[in-house]
Design a protein around this ligand. Structure first.
Ligand SMILES: NC(=O)c1ccc[n+]([C@@H]2O[C@H](COP(=O)([O-])OP(=O)(O)OC[C@H]3O[C@@H](n4cnc5c(N)ncnc54)[C@H](O)[C@@H]3O)[C@@H](O)[C@H]2O)c1
Ligand SMILES: O=C(O)[C@H]1O[C@H](OP(=O)(O)OP(=O)(O)OC[C@H]2O[C@@H](n3ccc(=O)[nH]c3=O)[C@H](O)[C@@H]2O)[C@H](O)[C@@H](O)[C@@H]1O
Length: 387
């Protein structure tokens, strides 16, 4: 356990207790790993599931066994929630439905999960004078201003028309029947509510806007550790296709652009927010890697190359196929065209910058995917289909 650690202003970091809601998820599991391995802090891990943090909870001989407790509860309807928030110095809320395949197909669940269910968390933090770090999304920016310019307009190359900045960029969503935006709009409204709690009632808050964090344990592989008909986010979708030697499906030609940041780089940013409250309170932070921009098609090509390298298998004849968003996601899908995070505020407040290139993060992630799933996929695909 690290002792005598200091924050960015040279003050000694005192051990705190953190109520982490959604700790059993992709980001939560990496954050718990970091907190247990490198800090003296305690974690009350709250989630419905704990598969992704089981390795941190057992055996009881683990060096941090007295610093992490798992509480299985659904924050929608559990009277224990306020007590856990009161026991902690800081609450981190990660709980959400956050896979795009759900936004236009389960819009009510999506809106309830990302707005309604977060209301008691904000209320309990504000009423009990507890600090809150809330996970929003880069999706609150929606589409860029440049997306509405003529395709050949030179202004599309002007950063003022596409760089996304926390304290000045607008939130631009599609029309109401484009129910994909149910998630981003719910996230935007909870951001506004948190901001208002800060302004009117003095809630100490930090809002995080992740820009496509990827790495091991993200989502699931359909038919192996998740439902066969499930549609996870793109890393898991493409990993599943590669593992099964199927073509990667490019939605609407894979022209959308994304910037991807390695989960381990992003967790460093979150730890800086946790341990530098004076620099993080009252701020909204983009956390992404503007140097890792690709189109989805380029991502597919790079993942195919990296997977060949880590698996030793040659790639298939037709590595990608185009599919329509209607076919892949159903009615009401829409998309963000481009996501470049402005890094001014996070650099100034926390001095954080991402380090890992897209190739390197894909190499370590696909090594994990291949090691974890290749055998199970081979068994599943060799089993004779029940007649
Ligand atoms: N991964 C990313 O790149 C990314 C990007 C933008 C925003 N985010 C946001 O970060 C947060 C965490 O994302 P993630 O990628 O770890 O997702 P995830 O789905 O892996 O984790 C979310 C966790 O919250 C839990 N949860 C959901 N509803 C709950 C409830 N009612 N009660 C208790 N637990 C509940 C789930 O069981 C899950 O373990 C989400 O709020 C998401 O919107 C993530
Ligand atoms: O991670 C983020 O920062 C945010 O963005 C994600 O949204 P998105 O990036 O659109 O989610 P993906 O499912 O990863 O899709 C990325 C792109 O790949 C495309 N895609 C996805 C899967 C696939 O098999 N093929 C394919 O072309 C999608 O259409 C989209 O253009 C999710 O909304 C959240 O995790 C989060 O809020």
């Amino acid at each position: 356990m690290a002792t005598g650690r200091v924050d960015l202003d040279g003050n000694t970091i005192k051990p705190i207790t953190i109520c982490m809601i959604g700790a059993g998820g992709f980001i939560g599991s990496h954050l718990c790993e970091k907190l247990m391995a490198d800090t003296p802090h305690k974690v009350l891990a709250v989630d419905v599931y704990n598969d992704k943090i089981k390795h941190l909870l057992e055996p009881s001989s683990l060096p941090w066994a007295d610093r992490i407790q798992f509480h299985r509860l659904n924050i929608k309807n559990d009277s224990r929630l306020e007590g856990l928030i009161r026991m902690a110095d800081l609450t981190i809320n990660l709980a959400a439905i956050c896979t795009p395949a759900d936004y236009n197909t389960r819009p009510l669940d999506t809106i309830y999960s990302n707005f309604i269910d977060a209301l008691p968390v904000v209320k309990y933090c504000s009423e009990n004078g507890k600090r809150l770090i809330h996970f929003s999304t880069c999706e609150v920016y929606g589409k860029t201003i440049g997306a509405f310019l003529p395709k050949d307009s030179p202004l599309r190359q002007d950063p003022n028309y596409y760089v996304l900045k926390e304290d000045s960029s607008p939130c631009i969503f599609g029309s109401i029947e484009k129910q994909r935006w149910s998630y981003a709009c719910a996230k935007q409204l909870i951001e506004r509510l948190i901001y208002a709690e800060g302004a009117e009632n003095g809630l100490e808050f930090t809002i995080v806007r992740p820009f496509n964090w990827i790495g091991p344990r993200m989502d699931f592989i359909p038919g192996i550790d998740g439902p066969s008909e499930g549609v996870p986010r793109v890393l898991a979708c493409f990993s599943n296709n590669l593992l099964r030697r199927e073509p990667l499906k490019l939605v609407d030609g894979g022209q959308s652009q994304r910037t991807f940041v390695y989960i381990k780089d992003a967790i460093e940013a979150v730890l800086l927010m946790i341990e530098n409250p004076a620099r993080a309170n009252g701020h909204i932070f983009n956390v992404g890697n503007p140097n890792n921009e690709v189109t989805v098609r380029q991502l597919a090509e790079m993942m195919t190359q990296v997977y060949s390298k880590v698996s030793g298998e040659s790639s298939i004849e037709t590595p990608t196929i185009d599919v329509s968003s209607k076919e892949f996601y159903g009615e009401g899908y829409d998309d963000s065209d481009k996501r470049i995070p402005d890094m001014t505020i996070i650099n100034r407040q926390l001095g954080w910058n991402p380090k890992t290139s897209l190739w390197d993060l894909l190499e370590s992630t696909l090594t994990y995917q291949h090691r974890t799933y290749a055998e199970a996929i081979k068994k599943a695909t060799s089993k004779p289909v029940a007649s």
